[in-house]
Design a protein around this ligand. Sequence first.
Ligand code: AP5
Ligand code: ZN
Length: 218
Amino acid sequence: MRLILLGAPGAGKGTQANFIKEKYNIPQISTGDMLRAAIKAGTELGLAAKKVMDAGQLVSDDIIIGLVKERLKESDCANGYLFDGFPRTIAQADAMKDSGVKIDYVLEIDVPDELIVERMSGRRSHPASGRVYHVKFNPPKVEGKDDVTGEPLVQRDDDTEETVKKRLAVYHNQTEVLLGYYNKWAESGLPGAPKYRKISGVGPVEQVRDAAFAALEG
Ligand code: AP5
Ligand code: ZN
């Protein structure tokens, strides 16, 4: 299974990625998680990316495309992969197409903007695993602790209301165009074209998970 999860910030890409990667036994390639790991490690890339991410803007296409191409060379990608938060621009999507990276499904998770700020303000993450919680909608078993490791959960620096609004604007201006890009490719029926599926991301996490699983079977 090789797929792309598309959706606005807070649509639930990371949340659903955790279910899908387990079901299909594939790695989750989250460019956001990779950048946050670089920040934590204090690398040059991390230092440069932090400013851009805290401003709610996109990191440059060249950097992101380079990161993903390197990641795809690793052996765990042989069985498939799940892109989460990538591609985010036409240039990134074209780079994958041009280098022959295969995609079976593009899954769009649709959530209206009005719900996003509340989702972000209550988000808590376990950076090492990519697991995501919400204080109200998807609470951990023990407050402030990851269910599996018991390690502390953190809040993301870019989850302030102001930055979330900027990220949403960037999504509408630069990333939403990819919905049409992949829809058109899927409809072309050309060899290698992916299947395009759209589900609602509103409702309990398990309901969205079931919709995602069903969409990827048809
Ligand atoms: P990234 O980390 O990709 O963030 P994002 O796309 O803004 O998406 P989020 O991670 O915020 O949301 P999500 O859809 O994963 O939702 P989640 O499942 O966590 O990118 C961060 C930054 O890095 C970018 O701004 C950019 O600067 C840079 N970057 C990354 N990739 C890049 C790229 N390709 N090119 C350039 N720059 C890039 O859920 C959110 C919350 O909602 C959680 O609390 C969760 O528990 C809750 N929730 C989930 N599902 C439900 C539900 N059904 N009901 C209620 N609550 C729910
Ligand atoms: Zn995410």
